[in-house]
Ligand binder design. Sequence first.
Ligand SMILES: [Zn+2]
Length: 126
Amino acid sequence: MSKTTEITSIISTLSKLNMQRTNYIFSLVHGKSLVHGLPHKVFRKCGKNNCKCKRGELHGPYYALSVNKDGKKKIVMIKKADHRLILKEAGRYQYYQKKLAHIRKINKEIDVLLEKLKFITTKYYP
Ligand SMILES: [Zn+2]
């Protein structure tokens, strides 16, 4: 690959990465609230002897958040009245974390490409 072709290729890739990063950033900066925690369903036994759950048909689903607090994993039950809102906000939190990881990956890729471009185009004088 010629030097000019390589430079053009790097600039093109930088442009794509930068656009992608901008899209990710602006999909996160809406200012809506997020709830920390990974949502999941919980099924339970009630303990009554003649109940269907005794035969394996568990009660639920109930919704809970798996939360990391001080390095420990905690399960927090979500009140039924809060399901819709909390699941939506927890979904936003998961989305945020995922996109943030993408943005960090892109930052590293951009850094590598800029170093490469610097290496290709730098002259040493005299
Ligand atoms: Zn039961």
